[in-house]
Design a protein around this ligand. Structure first.
Ligand code: SF4
Length: 351
């Protein structure tokens, strides 16, 4: 039997979405959808991969640049790896960019350049996990999949006043979200709940007074909405340390490395350096009178904080070790570096 929240909720949310849908460069708005326009699965997929762990505001410019440069999945599949990694620089979580290329090539080579339209087939593609498969299936193909991102989790926890903390409460939140997903306009509905969470049912100060589902909302009735969703306490992040070595020739050329494909910042350009650990060994790429710069670079990854010390030396022509890259001044773009390496560059440049 449908509960009091399920009754009519999707219709109310869809009405609200018709009037208040956010405009996004990858989205086909409700009026166009009603007129029969379907979203381009390539653009939906690209936006969803970019939005993993990243805000809409940060993604907009990247999305616009990517789609101007590579307007189709085939164009992206044919792009050289280093150009794609360079365009991705600054978005973080670089495994996503490597999987993006693998997925574009799989869609092109194994699916004739057309994204599969079911959850199960999407899930088999590189870099597409359960959330992204559900999102693409719902948004691009209008299938009634349950899309559970942070916004939807928050809305569900509040609608049903669920006090169990995340991440343990995820299965329950997913059940609630699944029970609310309608068979008509499921793609618009998925985006409606996300928009509600992003614009009205926000983490700190939900605007319950103007919320279209305020009447059935159980947390609002109980006054618990600012505390939800509860979260299990996180373990403190450890701090690791490392060294990087920036060498420059008389002509301004710089010594860089392409990081191994596997691991953090995989496939990205960076400065040669040590491991990142409690007590890293100094490991300069060649013998020289290395000088340590004053100051340090601090950066936080998902699972640890990193503190880097920077060493500098001049780069004689005969000193280039095998496997490293010398980039002439005109070919070097700091924007191609991942953020932590760019921070090291900026500190070095400013000294
Ligand atoms: S009434 Fe308030 S807490 Fe409930 S869904 Fe709306 S904004 Fe969120």
């Amino acid at each position: 039997m449908r509960d009091s929240i399920q009754q009519g909720l999707s219709g109310v949310l869809l009405d609200w979405y018709n009037r208040h849908a956010r405009e996004m460069p990858w989205r086909v708005g409700p009026a166009d959808r009603a007129a029969g326009v379907m979203p381009d699965p390539y653009r939906v997929w690209l936006s969803e991969v970019m939005l993993q762990q990243t805000t809409v505001a940060a993604v907009r410019d990247y999305f616009t640049r990517f789609t101007a440069r590579w307007p189709t999945v085939q164009a992206l599949a044919a792009a050289p790896d280093d150009q794609v990694m360079g365009e991705w620089a600054g978005l973080g979580y670089y495994a996503r960019a490597r999987n993006l290329l693998k997925c574009a090539r799989a869609v092109t080579d194994e699916h004739g350049g057309t994204f599969p339209n079911t959850y199960d087939a999407l899930l088999k593609l590189p870099g597409i996990g359960p959330y992204t498969a559900a999102a693409i299936s719902a948004i691009a193909f209008d299938r009634p999949e349950t899309v559970l991102d942070g916004n939807v989790e928050r809305v569900m926890a509040r609608l049903y006043d669920i006090q169990d903390p995340l991440p343990g409460s995820k299965p329950l939140l997913k059940d609630k979200a699944a029970a609310l997903t309608p068979v008509t306009r499921p793609g618009d509905y998925a985006q409606a709940v996300m928009d509600l969470g992003a614009t009205i049912c926000t983490p700190k100060s939900p605007a319950c007074g103007i919320c279209p589902v305020r009447d059935p909302c159980q947390a609002r009735a109980a006054g618990t909405q600012p505390d939800l969703p509860r979260k299990a306490p996180k373990k403190p992040k450890p701090t690791r340390y490392g060294h990087v070595y920036i060498a420059q020739s008389d002509s301004g050329a710089l010594l860089l490395e392409r990081r191994p494909d596997k691991g953090l910042l995989g496939g990205m350009l960076g400065w040669p350096g040590s491991d990142w650990s409690d007590a890293p060994n100094a490991s300069p790429p060649f013998e020289a009178d290395w000088q340590m710069l004053a100051g340090e670079v601090r950066h936080t990854f998902t699972h640890f904080h990193l503190i880097l010390r920077i060493w500098t030396a001049s780069l004689p022509a005969e000193s280039v070790p095998e496997g490293l890259i010398v980039l002439e001044k005109h070919a070097f773009r700091p924007g191609d570096l991942p953020t932590v390496m760019r921070k090291a560059h900026d500190l070095w440049r400013d000294r």
